[in-house]
Design a protein. Structure first.
Lengths: 238, 348
């Protein structure tokens, strides 16, 4: 009885100790920081006045160059394409690099196709390229794979590239060259924002009717990631 | 002597007294007066001792009250756990990171301390059981919220830690609910580990319910050396998980890990479900395990009704559909009746 109780009392302390040790190990080799702005980051902050959930988090907005990768592309990234399944992996996001320019070109091409054949895909709409260039996120998914360390060796510049744990979903297609997967980066959402940093980027409080249409809340976030590809916010400012 | 043994003895004494009173009113004297007095005195002393040691119910009203208290304890535990989680989230944003870590670590420790104090003060263990469930909930919250706090990658090993905590909390005072939760955590751990060997994301093991069937079935028989008060909880939890998984794969034909097409695997699981339904009910009857019998019967009913709906609902006249269900129930009654007569040694 005593031994069982001792284990029960020890486990919460052990869990906290292990967690802190893993966090220290992750942060002992920081990569970055990546300087993100309100273009790439959306905040979920609460003033704590009567809210039931006052967790402060941020989420990354990013574009995808591999909207639906083919089996060949998946296999090249080390992902088996024989079974419908979600695999754990890693994704590389590039900030404001050549991939962003490539993404803009993709959008322009798609807009041109829509103009030439207006009735072909009625569910698709033209996208505002100027708004994308001026206000849209400059983070673009450029690479994915199952081996995070291999990606780390390839994308060494932590101020331009962010490597995060991702899910690589596979749905094998009968025909070669057809879409066969999708990339989801769950770790890009709900990134914890410590209270002292959340205060710095809290949107200004406005009285009812004071809202200025079009006024954008500007802020800057510095993000790093470590050995375990776990990100953390190192600084935040308006 | 466990609490169940003590309650069984108290029930035996009550039944014995009722029968002696009935015989005496029918004019049959079982004991001479002096013997009857000695037996009554012995039973009174025994009941007092059992009530002091194990808080057994001496009357039917007492038993009903106990059941009501058990429900109140379970609902109270669920509500208190929800209150702890909601409170944490409500004040979360105003705390610094060290304070958040300290709060998460302290919550299960406080609940554990309350459990130990409550267990020393009341023999019924209703409050201790409530505190144990809250401690388990707070511990789960701790592991998950710490992960969120530091944006950590999740690991299936957390399920093993939940299991260890559940066993450690339930063992000292033989508390069933955290023991059942620990059993489910063990099953989930084995399933998640196995699923990760296939290369999949471990969190998805739940979308592949067949990963749960084998560990749950193995664990069902793996609690023979645990205290008898905890055994039905663990067996019930393991069986419920296994049967729910079989029911789901037999009905919904999700993606399969078997080297067959989804259709072939679906047929295989339907046949398996039928065999399992019969097997579990038979096992429950043979071994006299109440929880096994009840779960097996519920499973068989759900499986058959699901199958009937799948096969006939769309095209069959409704009166015929319900007639078939009624006929199946009557056939089931007849089968159980035969089984009961055979067990009672009465020729069929």
């Amino acid at each position: 009885m005593r031994r069982a109780l001792a284990i029960a009392f020890a486990l919460p302390v052990l869990v906290t100790g292990t967690t802190l040790a893993l966090v220290a190990w992750n942060r002992s080799a920081p990569r970055g920081p990546l300087a993100l702005s309100d273009r790439e980051v959306s905040l979920s902050v609460s003033r704590g006045s009567g809210d039931d959930d006052t967790r402060q988090t941020l989420s990354l907005q990013w574009h995808n160059l591999f909207e639906t990768p083919t089996c060949d592309r998946l296999q090249a990234a080390g992902v088996p394409c024989g079974r419908r399944m979600d695999y754990p992996g890693y994704a590389v996001l590039e900030l404001n690099g050549p991939s962003f320019a490539a993404y803009i070109r993709d959008v322009e091409r798609a807009n041109a196709e829509l103009e030439q054949q207006p009735g072909r895909e009625p569910w698709r709409q033209k996208r505002d390229v100027a708004a994308l260039q001026g206000e849209g996120s400059r983070l673009v998914l450029v690479e994915f794979g199952r081996d995070g360390d291999a990606l780390q060796r390839k994308y060494t510049d932590g101020t331009r590239f962010l490597i995060l744990p991702a899910t690589i979903g596979v749905w094998p297609s009968e025909r070669r060259g057809e879409p066969a997967g999708r990339i989801a980066i769950r770790s890009a959402y709900g990134i914890h924002l410590p209270a002292h940093l959340a205060e710095r980027v809290m949107p200004p409080q406005t009285a009812p009717g004071d809202d200025q249409p079009g006024a954008r809340h500007r802020f800057r976030i510095l993000l790093q990631y470590g050995r375990r590809f776990e990100p953390w916010v190192v600084d935040a400012s308006q | 002597v466990t609490k169940d043994d003590a309650q069984r003895r108290a029930d035996q004494i009550r039944a014995f007294r009722a029968e002696v009173a009935a015989l005496s009113s029918e004019g049959v004297r079982v004991f001479a007066d002096e013997h009857a007095e000695r037996v009554a005195e012995h039973h009174d002393a025994l009941l007092t001792s059992l009530a002091t040691q194990f808080d057994v119910d001496r009357t039917d009203t007492g038993r009903r009250m106990s059941l009501a208290m058990r429900f109140a304890s379970a609902f109270g535990a669920a509500a208190l756990t929800a209150a702890v989680v909601s409170f944490c989230y409500r004040i979360w944003g105003s705390l610094s990171t060290p304070a958040q870590v300290a709060l998460l670590t302290a919550a299960p420790l406080v609940a554990l301390t309350a459990m130990v104090i409550a267990a020393r003060r009341e023999r019924t263990l209703y409050v201790a059981s409530l505190c144990a469930i809250v401690a388990y909930g707070a511990f789960v919250l701790q592991t998950m919220a710490l992960g969120d706090l530091f944006n950590m990658q999740s690991s299936y090993r957390v399920l093993a830690v939940w299991a260890a905590f559940g066993f450690a909390v339930s063992w000292p005072y033989r508390l069933g609910v955290p023991f059942a939760a620990a059993a489910i955590s063990v099953i989930s751990y084995v399933a998640a580990f196995g699923f990760s060997l296939f290369g999949g994301k471990w969190e998805d093991f739940f979308d592949w319910p067949e990963t749960l069937i084998v560990p749950a079935a193995l664990l069902y028989g793996g609690f023979e050396r645990t205290p008898p008060e905890l055994r039905p909880w663990a067996r019930g939890a393991a069986l419920a998980v296994a049967l729910l998984a079989v029911l789901f794969v037999a009905h919904s034909h999700p993606d399969t890990l078997l080297p067959w097409s989804r259709g072939t695997a679906g047929v295989f699981y339907q046949i398996l479900a039928l065999v399992v339904a019969i097997g579990v009910v038979a096992l429950g009857v043979r071994k006299g395990r109440g929880e096994t019998l009840v779960l097996g019967a519920i499973f068989a009913a759900c499986f058959l009704i699901g199958r009937f709906v799948d096969w006939w609902w769309d095209w069959m006249p409704k009166y015929l559909f319900f007639l078939i269900i009624a006929a199946t129930c009557i056939a089931w009654l007849w089968l159980l009746g035969r089984l009961r007569r055979r067990l009672a040694g009465v020729p069929a």
